[in-house]
Structure formats: C-alpha cells, structure tokens
Design a protein around this ligand. Structure first.
Ligand SMILES: Cc1cc2nc3c(=O)[nH]c(=O)nc-3n(C[C@H](O)[C@H](O)[C@H](O)COP(=O)(O)OP(=O)(O)OC[C@H]3O[C@@H](n4cnc5c(N)ncnc54)[C@H](O)[C@@H]3O)c2cc1C
Length: 384
C-alpha cells in the first residue's frame, strides 16, 4: 500500500507524466485505429496501472479508495480509452473477486489481473436486464462438478478482449429479482463461451464493448464466487458501491482536461480585438465549470475517506456518481460552446470527441435516473 505522502505524490507525478508524455500524444492514433497501441498497454502493465485496487498480497498496489480516486483524477485526463483499458481490472472486472472470492479464487485470478496479463470484465447487463439488472435470464444449472451456463450478456466493456468475466446467472429456476442469482468467474476458452464483435458506438473509440454468449458453457463449480449460491447480487453491489465513487473520479478528470483545453483556446482566439477569454460571458462559463469540478472533487474525496474508515457509503456513492457524471456533461457542453464553431469541427479541435466520449458516464453503472431514485429511497428511509 502506498502510504508515505512523499512516495504517493511521486506515484501521482508518474501518472501525470504518463498522461502528458505518452497518452495525450497518442490520442489521435487511438481514435483512428480504434485501439490503444499494444506498446502503450505494455507501459501501463509495467507501471502497475492494472493492479491499483488489487490487494498487495495478490500483486496489486492495494490503493485505498482515497488513493484510487486521486490516481483516477489524473489518469482520466487523457482520452477515455486509456483508462478504460485498465479500468475493468482496477474496478468492476476484479472487485467482485476481491470482495467475495474464496482464497483459491483470489490466488488464481487476482495476480494476472493485477499485472495486466489478463483483462477482466463484469457481465451483468442482458437484453432484458438493464436498469432492472436483477431481471437475469442467464441460467446456471449444476451438473456434478460443473455449472452449465446458458444466456446472453450485452454492452460489456472490454468483452472483445477480456480473458475472464464475472458473470451473474440464475441458479434457482423460477426465482425472481436478486434472489437465486449467483456470480461466476468464467474464463475465455471455457467450452461454450463466445464474444461478439465490438459494437459501433457514439464515442470512446479504442474502448471495445461487446456481447458475451453462453451456449451450454461449462464452468467448474469452484468458480462460483465465494462458493455460495444466491449471493451474486450482493457481490455485484459491493463491487459497484466502490466503483461508483471511482467512476465519479473518472468523470472529473475529463472535466478538468476539457476546461484546460477551453482556457487555452479562449486565450488564443481573438474576436473584437481581444482574446475571447476577456469577455465576462465566457468567463462565467469557465467559473461554472471550475466551481462544479471543485464540488465533485470535494464530495468524491469525502466519500472515499468515509469508505476507507469502513463506514457505509451507499448513499454517498450514488450522489457522487450522479453529480460528477452530470457535472461532466455540463462542462463538456460549456467547453464546446467556448470553442465556438471549432468545437463542432473534429478537424479543428478534439473537444467534440470529449463531448461524445463523456456522454456514456450518465448511462452506465446506473443511469442518472436510477441514482436519483436510489438517493431519494435512502433519504426517505433515513428520515422515516
Ligand atoms: C458503452 C457501454 C458500456 C457498458 N459496460 C457495461 C459492462 O461492462 N458491464 C455491464 O454489465 N453493463 C455494461 N453496460 C450496460 C449499462 O450498465 C446499461 O446500459 C445501463 O444500466 C442502462 O440500462 P439500459 O441500457 O437497459 O437502459 P434502460 O434500463 O432501458 O433505460 C432506458 C431509460 O429509462 C430510464 N429508466 C429505467 N428504469 C427506470 C425507472 N424505474 N425509473 C425511471 N427511469 C427509468 C433510464 O434511466 C433510461 O433513461 C454498458 C453500457 C454501455 C452503453
């Protein structure tokens, strides 16, 4: 665990250097080739990026939640595809195993996830189970020493390249909702598992997202997470509660970068004889961006510290995810505005790419509406 403030500041500086010197110069290539170049993925492996949130005992850095979000503020200031490449290993693709895996599962799967040798993914969403994630149709039937999985998952980040998947499947036929749903670790190469081609999508070029199919897929019984049937949703929710704070941080770094780009542009762009940054209506947009970024950063750090103290952060995680992702959308919109026409023309600036890339944040890991409902439900329960 990185605990010495000086050492941790050095670590953050190394992330900033990676963003500035390696990632930002390659953003155009990632967009054009729709992939993060393998030599850059190797650099991220060597720098230990894949293992940030995995305990040290399993080869990771064992960052606290506070340390993880501080690192995320930095790494997310380059094109989203870079952090999405490592992001399933530092988040949803490993967190279920960290939270509830058996010792044997942790020993087998966490070290290759921490080193980046393997890429993990979380496969919860199905054609009929989006916001209603508990409406799981994928089934898992026990036959001796294996479970047979049948079903389909969709919209899965890193599915086209993942080596292992945390998968929710219904082990109790006829059960409803979260009850009777279990979580499994499924390796690519297990018979009956296949993945679809990457979807064409609005943004985040270079971050592949696809479907996962289970056709009588045979998974060893030892790969049932925690060895307990029916606890799959609890595992997923544990992973998501941490991840929502993490994603809030990953939505704040892009807002910081977009504002920096808008300031540079408005300082350079002259209209009516002055840089447009001199005009107070433009300054108001900057002030609103800066204020909202500060608000998001502050609430994320507060929630992260609370989680590190072992306190319940279900409400805070939802508020952070909701506020930071919506904030990022507002910042993206204002920054395009500050660029004027150049903000719309891909040949003239990359702010339009950011505008498209960050739109996803408000949709996945619980839409804004689902978080509003969650916040209100917890609030009303608290006040009752
Ligand atoms: C690029 C991308 C990557 C993704 N990565 C992953 C991944 O790695 N793993 C994974 O498991 N999933 C992943 N997802 C899926 C994502 O989590 C879901 O898309 C998301 O939860 C929303 O579900 P849905 O798309 O079915 O929308 P729907 O549930 O169909 O929602 C449609 C609209 O209805 C609203 N709505 C739904 N229910 C209610 C309600 N009760 N009250 C009010 N409004 C409501 C929603 O807010 C939304 O506005 C990804 C999605 C995308 C697009």
């Amino acid at each position: 665990m990185i605990r010495e403030p000086v050492a941790f500041e050095g670590f953050l500086e190394s992330v900033r250097r990676f963003v500035r010197e390696v990632a930002i110069p390659a953003e155009g290539v990632v967009e054009a080739d729709e992939r993060v170049p393998e030599d850059i993925v190797d650099k991220m492996r060597q720098a230990g990026f894949f293992g940030w949130s995995i305990p040290e005992d399993y080869g990771g850095a064992g960052l606290t939640t506070e340390e993880l979000v501080l690192a995320a503020f930095e790494l997310s200031q380059c094109a989203v595809a870079f952090r999405a490449r490592v992001g399933t290993n530092t988040g949803i693709g490993s967190e279920g195993i960290v939270a509830d895996g058996t010792d044997e599962q942790k020993r087998r799967y966490l070290p290759p996830l921490a080193s980046g040798k393997w890429t993990g993914a979380l496969a919860v969403t199905e054609p009929g189970a989006g916001s209603e994630a508990t409406n799981v149709r994928t089934s898992a039937r026990r036959e001796g020493g294996v479970y047979i999985l049948d079903g389909e998952k969709c919209y899965i980040t890193n599915a086209p390249l993942a080596d292992i998947f945390t998968v929710t499947a219904r082990t109790e036929p006829g059960s409803k909702g979260a009850e009777g749903v279990s979580a499994f670790i499924v390796e690519r190469g297990m018979p009956g598992l296949s993945t679809g081609a990457p979807y064409r999508k609005m943004g985040q070029a270079g971050s592949p997202v696809g479907s996962v199919y289970f056709d009588q897929c045979r998974v060893p019984a030892g790969n049932l997470i925690g060895g307990v049937e029916g606890a799959g949703f609890r595992t997923v929710m544990k992973a998501l509660n941490k991840q929502r704070i993490h994603l809030a941080a990953l939505s704040t770094g892009p807002a910081m970068r977009m504002l920096e780009m808008a300031i540079q542009h408005t300082n350079a762009r002259v209209q009516f004889g002055q840089p447009v940054s001199h005009y107070q209506l433009v300054q108001a947009m900057m002030a609103d961006c800066k204020t909202e970024i500060f608000a998001a950063r502050s609430m994320i750090l507060e929630a992260a510290r609370k989680r590190d103290r072992g306190q319940d952060v279900v409400l805070e995680a939802s508020m952070c995810k909701y506020f930071a992702t919506e904030m990022c959308g507002r910042v993206a919109d204002r920054c395009v505005q500050m660029f004027g026409g150049a903000g719309y023309i891909a040949d003239h600036s990359s702010i339009e790419r950011w505008y498209r890339d960050v739109r996803l944040f408000r949709l996945y890991e619980g839409t804004s509406q689902i978080h509003q409902l969650n916040i209100a439900r917890l609030l009303l329960r608290e006040s009752a």
